[in-house]
Design a protein around this ligand. Structure first.
Ligand code: DER
Length: 231
């Protein structure tokens, strides 16, 4: 992935968008962690915000940053969500310009819920995440009983599903929601919207990692400075 300096620049640039009184969706992963830490600094300087975490990890990071927490059913609106991505379409002529693959951290179900609920969804990334089109495996969260039948349907769609194994636990990754993750390789994805629709229809699928027509802007951290993509 990208360098820490690049990730830090992206995260800190996104944190600058947080205004006093905002409700902020707090994403998951190493890039968003810089945004969470920066928001925490602003809170210690008097900024009043409420954060809505998108995972156990995001909540832990926000608690360490002393950001006051809330949840979706306690607020009227989510003003801003900041989150990372595994891949971002960076071809302005592509129909899927700004489409994302998320879920590398197995948190995409709650991330999509919060990111989509926000008035403004800001992605933070480093250059290694940019691509002309989506081509990484698409994470799909499935209820445990469904993983074999969903795998079959993914193959019918031309994908190659792999149950995501844990590294420091025997057996598969288990998400914050108690489910499993299939990483589904489709190769280059020419129509993310169509694939997203197909995946959502499969019984047993809780959520997939294609975020289409979601992001409003991406801050791309560089070794020096930050580039902005507006969709
Ligand atoms: O799981 C996710 O969608 C995360 O946002 C993640 O994929 C991005 O993580 P990173 O910022 O550590 O690359």
């Amino acid at each position: 992935g990208g360098t820490d300096a690049a990730k830090r620049r992206a995260g800190e640039r996104a944190a600058e968008e947080v205004d006093n009184g905002d409700v902020v969706g707090l994403g998951t992963g190493s890039t968003t962690a810089y945004a969470i830490d920066a928001i925490g600094e602003a809170v210690s300087d008097g900024l009043e915000v409420q954060g809505i975490p998108t995972s156990f990890q995001s909540r832990q990071r926000a608690l360490e940053a002393s950001i006051p927490l809330t949840d979706l059913d306690a607020v009227e609106t989510v003003d801003l969500a900041i989150d990372g991505a595994d891949q971002v379409v960076d071809d302005p002529d592509a129909s899927g310009y700004g489409a994302l693959i998320k879920g590398g951290g197995a948190a995409h179900t709650r991330e999509k819920l919060v990111d989509a609920a926000a008035e403004r969804f800001v992605v933070v990334a480093d250059p290694s995440k940019l691509a002309d089109r989506l081509e990484r495996s698409v994470p799909v969260e499935v209820i445990p009983d469904a993983h074999t039948v969903v795998a079959d349907r993914v193959q019918d769609l031309g994908g190659e599903p792999t149950l995501r194994d844990a590294e420091h636990k025997d057996g598969p990754i288990v998400t914050d929601n108690g489910n499993l993750v299939l990483d589904c390789a489709f190769g280059p994805i020419s129509d993310p919207n169509e694939l997203a629709t197909q995946l959502s229809r499969i019984p047993g699928v809780l959520e997939h990692g294609l975020f289409v027509d979601c992001a409003d802007v991406t801050y791309v951290g560089l070794e020096e400075g930050v580039e902005t993509r507006v969709y």
